[in-house]
Write a protein that binds this ligand. Structure first.
Ligand SMILES: Nc1ncnc2c1ncn2[C@@H]1O[C@H](COP(=O)(O)OP(=O)(O)OP(=O)(O)O)[C@@H](O)[C@H]1O
Ligand SMILES: [Mg+2]
Length: 419
């Protein structure tokens, strides 16, 4: 058996200082294709100092000396899986670090840099958080960054060598699509370009739908589009950092105590992918009713526009230090399926039901912060009107008119089906 461990550092939400919050240890069985077991323990120094921030209120909920055994991701603790790369980062890291097909999630966590990590956690081999690990990125030239991301996604050599080097050091971002972060003053933007294998202009679509959601008064992450002769990218404002402060976050996957995505070669178990379950979990960790209603609104929005990529890692909560509460994060990665009109969502709309229908949408209304079914209907009706109005402005966001028309027709059809 081989044992490895890392310290986990947290940027304090109150004064921005870095503290060691705990330690993660992984035991791997030799020669057993990476089979492993892992655990996280809050640091005695963290407990002795009397800090009260739990880094995952669902899976690491009490500030205890006892180690928490990780039950998913072959032994990687959920909140650490949240700050490790998904397929985009893994694809590049595997080549760069010569990782085997059996490389553990922990290997990817370790070889992706801390600079762009999601949320307020970083990892390190030293008990003392190292400032070089936690330096903020500078704002590079956006068009060159986009071009370099496009080259990387096509596995082509670097054109902007310095940018490529930096991108290769910051591969911790989640998600499947090429992306990186650029800084503009105090604000950090996630940059997601359209790539050559896309069958539609995904960047434009994402921006257009986020704007439509905003017009309907949903809480969407702010976006804008960079477009020049050869490149398009959507820029999404990061909600997990501002200036030098990083904010604690937790993915929907961790909240729902489910794995996403499943290990290579294994089928996703979607039994816990559920909006009402997410709403109940959010209530249990103290999120206000307002956020549960917002979640219902997002479910309805996804159903209307046909965003069936609403998987558990496309939802999150973020710690609000002034309220001392976990709050639903702004919506992100909201993109309609342009190949076919989906009949189901990734998440259950009500217990056991993934289908986009009136019965599925309203069956579990009571978990979403409404006081009656009538109130849920009223909210849905009002939201649909706002979304329809918002859809009249799709072309104004730069979306091509055939895409805009398809989305408008879909919203009309779906609204009729749902209400
Ligand atoms: N506005 C944001 N602020 C902070 N973090 C974000 C934001 N948008 C996305 N993220 C984080 O980055 C990850 C990847 O982003 P996103 O989901 O947009 O990428 P993607 O490659 O399109 O994902 P997918 O694989 O779901 O298609 C998310 O899972 C989330 O952890
Ligand atoms: Mg995503």
């Amino acid at each position: 058996m081989t044992t490895s461990s890392v310290y986990v550092h947290l940027q304090r939400p109150d004064n921005g200082e870095w503290v060691t919050v705990g330690r993660f240890t992984l035991d791997r069985l030799d020669g057993n294709q990476g089979l492993a077991s892992g655990s996280f323990r809050y640091a005695p120094s963290y407990l002795d100092a009397g800090y009260t921030w739990v880094i995952d209120p669902v899976n690491l909920g009490s500030l205890d000396k006892v180690p928490y055994q990780a039950t998913r991701y072959n032994g990687l603790t959920d909140v650490l899986r949240d700050i490790a790369p998904d397929s985009w980062g893994k694809f590049l890291l595997q080549k760069e670090h010569n990782l085997s097909n059996f490389a553990h999630e922990f290997d990817y966590l370790q070889c992706s840099g801390n600079t762009d990590r999601w949320g307020a956690l970083v990892i390190g081999l030293s008990k003392k958080p190292s400032s070089s690990n936690i330096a903020s990125p500078r704002m590079p030239k956006l068009p060159d960054v986009i071009e370099e991301l496009q080259l990387m996604s096509n596995q082509l050599p670097a054109k902007h060598v310095e940018i490529r080097k930096r991108l290769m050091k910051t591969l911790s971002s989640g998600g499947a699509r090429p992306k990186t972060t650029v800084q503009d003053g105090e604000v950090f933007w996630l940059v997601k370009p359209t790539i050559s294998s896309d069958t539609s202009n995904v960047a434009l679509l994402e921006h257009a739908c986020m704007q439509m959601g905003l017009r309907a008064q949903l809480n969407m992450a702010k976006t804008y589009v960079h477009k020049d002769d050869t490149r398009t990218a959507v820029l999404v404002k990061r909600f997990d950092r501002f200036g030098n402060q990083r904010h604690m976050v937790l993915s929907g996957a961790s909240l729902l105590q489910t794995e996403y995505p499943a290990n290579t070669g294994q089928k996703n178990d979607n039994s816990r992918w559920s909006y009402p379950l997410l709403a109940q979990t959010m209530r249990a960790i103290g999120a206000p009713d307002k956020d549960l209603i917002e979640l219902f609104g997002r479910m309805l929005f996804n159903a209307l526009i046909g965003n069936d990529d609403d998987h558990p890692r496309n939802h999150a909560v973020v710690w609000n230090q002034s309220e001392k509460k976990w709050r639903l994060s702004p919506a992100f990665d909201v993109v309609p399926n342009m190949t076919e009109t989906p009949k189901t969502l990734s998440m259950q709309l009500s217990q056991g039901r993934w289908d986009i229908s009136n019965a599925a949408l309203f069956a579990d209304w009571k978990y979403f912060g409404f006081s009656s079914l009538a109130q849920a209907y009223q909210y849905a009706n009002e939201l649909i009107v706002k979304i329809k109005t918002g859809s009249l402005f799709l072309e104004e966001t730069g979306l091509f008119s055939d895409d805009a028309e398809l989305i408008r027709l879909r919203i009309q059809d779906m609204a009729q089906k749902i209400i």
